[in-house]
Ligand binder design. Sequence first.
Ligand SMILES: *Cc1c(COP(=O)(O)O)cnc(C)c1O
Length: 396
Amino acid sequence: MRIYADNAATTKMSKAAIKAMIPYMDEIYGNPSSLHGEGQKANEALTNARERIAKLLGCEPREITFTSGGSEANNQAVISAARLGERKGKKHIISTAFEHHAVLHTLEKLAKQGFEVTLLDVHENGLVSAEQVREVIREETCLVTVMYANNEIGTVQPIAEIGAICREKGVLFHTDAVQAVGHLHINVKEQNIDMLSLSAHKFHGPKGVGVLYAKKGIALTTLIEGGAQERGKRAGTENIPAIMGMAAALEEACAKIEENTVKLTALRDKLIVGLSDIPHSALNGDYEHRLPANVSFCFEGIEGESLLLLLDDKGICASSGSACTSGSLDPSHVLLAIGRVHDVAHGSLRLSLSEENTEEEIEYIIKSVKEVVEYLRGISPIWRDLISGKKDFIIK
Ligand SMILES: *Cc1c(COP(=O)(O)O)cnc(C)c1O
């Protein structure tokens, strides 16, 4: 048995998305920029996908730019706002300490180019408040970028309120909504969002395709030079199959938000209750303002990577939410941002569900995590120090 509980990393494509792609790999393979009939058919598909996606976000088709995914959309949004600000002598950017690296690394680059970046502290419940933004926003601020929902701990930020402050102050507001689109109701106009990034593979669409929504009037900076595709803002022959798959996946996800939320919240809560039984464990991030499918825990006295490998042996795909991937042993910047100390942050586990998960799977996950945590603590020198009283527990 294999149980997939890593949907924040990527999702399985839906049947509807796959079905929507096939004709554009098979019969309708023209280049949308070609003038002949085959090209025009592809171009019609592009127009059609743009209209459908715009409708679901509450914007106009021309405010949609197709990208290679969430990372590119984030890069383009932040760089565009920075370039626009620079021209007016405004070189201050506000963001948060727990953004995705596609935003954080772009901000680091801009900081080297003379931009001043204020990263808001994240409260220990994994939230930033609109008030925090108000406190640091100033005359020279050209951009506020705050993620909609965090990919590791699942906390959902007060986006409409932050957007309202930005509107009031005349500052551009971007949100990395990659974890939120298709899972929460979003309307860019009602929520005062000027720019938004999304990625298809986080809502059962294909990988390598996403969208940057930018309110009309915002001049985007071109990251990829070449042809005049995407109104000259993103060169390269459009990935029509992927774009059609994304439109189909988004329509399906949005149509099922209510139904999925009910189902997922029940599974999530069962998992949270079950894992809370483990001594010296703590849920990461606020319980109330949380994605319906996200469970994130820290278990004191263990090492997340071993936990993941042993869970994999038991057939469970999970994630630590930590950045141990590139051989670096630094714990997750997100967990550090919410005030978890290094030792505790190392013992993290993220389980991100999908509507395909079942109650039986949740029961099996709870049982398995309990066994593995107990086993790892049994062989952990840190745990020995904790129970012998040599070291104090941080999670009581
Ligand atoms: C996955 C993710 C991204 C990156 O999206 P890609 O399409 O994989 O480039 C950016 N931000 C968040 C919050 C994500 O979860």
